[in-house]
Design a protein around this ligand. Structure first.
Ligand SMILES: Cc1ncc(COP(=O)(O)O)c(C=O)c1O
Length: 389
């Protein structure tokens, strides 16, 4: 069979993730230190694990309703009210998904018609582009600059709006830069989104990892609430990546449409994981605070050290990534990472994996122990000394 001809051209055209490619090479080598993966290093707090175990023990092992357990949706809506002062109804406005990943997918498949444009502020999380393309949308990148602290400015946004613009993706705190939009920053783009009727797809998966002040959700702006779609999940804040639980909060008519895709392709998120998520969202505020404080300390350390060894690094206001500039080395970000892995057994992610705007940078995750971070810094320092003589 000639697969080339038989297979969907969109799928054939997708580029494999620039992150995976690198880590496949790293996995074949010994003594590699990797600061590449965006996954908290904490074991899920015990009371949350226990809730999953208890659900299994009690035989709660059946499908749940398609939208997810009612108690979980109630917990999620209560959490958005408690933490961000945004009101959603658990019956009408919420679907529990298989991670933020499924949420991004069903949002895009629901709102996009072929050829619709989605504005993607970059550097951006790698899955957005692929998911938009699989939904037959067109990605329009808009660069977020380091000088602007990797935020989306109204000027940049206005320049890329066309009559085909359907949505803009807002991921703050952001992967890979740690950029954060304040209430004032959002206030400057909200009127533009309102005027043009553009969906604000806000991926708030790092909301709890905000180090300067408190996270602001664009859903707080009531004038665009109907066109705002919130994506969030349990992976990052509660260290629950393997449970695969996320959620969407949106207008009831959108939820109804998204539920059709979810019910036919997924049925429901894993039942024991949903029970764990109920425990997390109702009784996990303290755990979040403890983990976030640990990330803040690692952030302060790594930013100081990177600047000391000569890599200019902006202090990110959120998430658990730093995005140092490697421009002083004169290497492309891919070459930098290749040579670093080759010479020092240190794996980082090249900035261009996150869009063209990431060229000249690398992404370092600090969701690793301080010991690993220290080893990585000393290898990086040696690399710079040897290559910049
Ligand atoms: C910005 C962003 N959104 C969504 C996800 C997906 O997370 P999950 O599917 O584990 O909820 C990630 C994971 O790295 C991410 O960085």
């Amino acid at each position: 069979m000639i697969f080339d001809e038989e297979i969907n051209q969109i799928i054939r055209g997708l580029k494999p993730s620039g992150i995976r490619k690198f880590f496949d090479i790293a996995a074949t080598r010994k003594n590699v230190v990797s600061l590449g993966v965006g996954e908290p290093d904490f074991i899920t707090p015990w009371h949350i694990r226990e809730a999953a175990i208890y659900a299994i023990e009690k035989g709660r092992t059946f499908y749940t309703g398609n939208k997810g357990l009612s108690a979980l949706r109630q917990g999620i809506c209560a959490y958005y009210k408690r933490r961000f002062n945004v009101q959603y109804d658990p019956e009408e406005n919420c679907i529990v998904t298989v991670g933020g990943s499924e949420a991004i997918d069903i949002v895009m498949r629901t709102i996009l018609k072929p050829g619709d444009e989605v504005i993607l502020p970059t550097p951006a999380y790698v899955a957005y582009r692929a998911i938009i393309e699989m939904a037959e949308g067109k990605v329009v990148e808009v660069e977020m600059k380091e000088e602007e602290k990797f935020r989306l400015t109204p000027e940049a946004l206005k320049k890329v709006i066309t009559n085909k613009t359907k949505a803009v993706i807002l991921n703050f705190p952001g992967n890979p830069t740690g950029g954060v939009m304040s209430r004032e920053d959002y206030a400057r783009i909200v009127p533009i989104l309102k005027e043009h009727g553009i969906f604000a797809v806000t991926d708030e998966i790092y909301a709890e990892l905000t180090y300067e002040g408190k996270h602001c959700s664009i859903a707080e702006f009531s004038e665009i609430k109907d066109q705002t779609i919130v994506i969030n999940g349990f992976s990052k804040a509660y260290s629950m990546t393997g449970y695969r639980v996320g959620y969407i909060l949106a207008h009831k008519d959108l939820i109804e449409m998204m539920l059709k895709i979810h019910q036919y392709t997924i049925m429901c998120a894993t039942t024991s994981s949903q029970f764990a998520a109920i425990e997390a969202i109702n009784n996990g505020d303290h755990d979040i605070a403890v983990m976030a404080e640990s990330f803040r300390q690692r952030r302060n350390y790594i930013v100081k050290e990177l600047n000391r060894i000569g890599l200019k690094t902006h202090m990110p206001a959120g998430a658990f990534y730093v995005f140092p500039s490697i421009k002083v080395t004169g290497l492309s970000s891919e070459k930098f990472c290749e040579q670093l892995l080759d010479q020092q057994n240190l794996a980082l992610v090249p900035g261009n994996a996150f869009g063209d705007a990431g060229e000249g940078y690398v992404r370092i995750s600090y969701a690793y122990s301080l010991d690993e971070i220290k080893t990585a810094i000393s290898r990086l320092e040696r690399f710079l000394k040897e290559n910049m003589k």
